[in-house]
Design a protein around this ligand. Structure first.
Ligand SMILES: Cc1cc2nc3c(=O)[nH]c(=O)nc-3n(C[C@H](O)[C@H](O)[C@H](O)COP(=O)(O)O)c2cc1C
Length: 295
């Protein structure tokens, strides 16, 4: 018996759905007992996605210590209209109540992000939460001070002029970067993660929608991300591990702002691709051009 793949033989109905759903073909039905077992080298190939555990109709399969009894039941009848309304109602918030978010919602948010998918189930994202307003104030003051110093000292007149509005605003006590948000989450990704550019964005997208479904306001913060790039010492402050990249920032907290209707966005270009005639030739120049654009 391999302790990383335990089958409850009383429950297993030998349907092989686990084997058929395995993306890395790391398990097979054993000849002797007709139950799932690791193939040779399968244990090393397994990406721990748990498809086998979640598809098993009788909950017979425990993988890497993940017992099906600890999973929630899946209800396929989600209310898609409600979800759509949430997506359409989502807003960026730039005014926050000056109070800490209650522990219950904070913990729910921290728990939820564990379900954000990552490429090849890499699942090594790192989340630095500032969940205390006092820490957030300390962080914002330190970043703002550094930024003003840097912009004041820069020998490049153009940069000074371009950012003069920010310098003036920060000196006047306006928090143009962190919008006086009481909280912030920074997601970092290992440099060797196969989908390091997109994994953090997915996680924060999940975070934003779940937060707003619970009445917690959020803001994607490109300016804070730029500051993290500019001042590497703040990655130390955020306790980001070595060989990780600080990827993106989301501010959040409670708000008194209320929006009463959805937006009416300009439409993106959305096309339905048509089947192409096999004879349509793509020139080498065009291929090189596309190659460059796609990178
Ligand atoms: C990737 C990204 C970065 C953003 N960075 C900032 C920012 O640094 N500061 C800010 O006030 N808003 C920021 N925003 C918010 C956008 O300005 C906002 O999405 C836009 O104004 C539309 O408003 P809505 O999100 O309420 O629909 C950012 C949004 C995204 C998606």
């Amino acid at each position: 018996m391999n302790e990383n793949l335990i089958i409850d033989k009383e429950k297993c109905v030998n349907c092989a759905q686990c084997v058929n759903d395995c993306i890395t073909h790391c398990i097979k039905m054993s000849k002797e007992e007709n139950i799932p077992v690791f193939r040779k080298g399968g244990e090393e190939r397994c990406i721990k996605c748990q498809h086998c555990m979640t598809i098993c109709p009788t909950g017979a399969l425990t993988l890497w210590g993940k017992n099906p009894e600890n999973s929630d039941a899946v209800n396929p009848e989600y209310n898609s209209e409600e979800l759509l309304r949430l997506i359409k109602s989502r807003r960026s918030y730039r005014k926050y109540r000056q109070e800490n978010l209650d522990e219950e919602r904070m913990n729910k948010l921290k728990d939820m992000i564990n379900w954000a998918p990552t490429g090849v189930n890499n699942h090594r994202l790192y989340f630095s939460f500032i969940d205390d307003m006092e820490v957030m104030d300390d962080f914002r003051n330190k970043v703002n001070t550094k930024l003003v110093n840097l912009l004041n000292k820069t020998p490049f007149k153009g940069i000074k002029q371009k950012f003069s509005r920010y310098i003036k605003a920060i000196l006047a006590g306006e928090d143009v970067i962190f919008r006086n948000a009481p909280h912030m989450v920074v997601v970092s990704t290992p440099l060797d993660a196969p989908c390091k550019d997109i994994d953090p964005v997915i996680a924060l997208s999940y975070f934003e929608l779940y937060a707003q479904s619970m009445g917690v306001a959020t803001l994607w913060c490109g300016l804070a991300e730029a500051c993290l790039k500019l001042f590497p010492e703040f990655s130390e402050y955020l306790e980001i591990p070595d060989n990780y990249k600080a990827s993106y920032v989301m501010l959040f907290g409670l708000t008194d702002k209320k929006y009463h209707r959805t937006t009416q966005p300009d439409k993106y270009n959305i096309i339905s691709v048509k089947k192409k005639d096999n004879n349509t030739k793509v020139s080498l120049f065009r291929k090189i051009q596309r190659f460059i654009w796609n990178f």
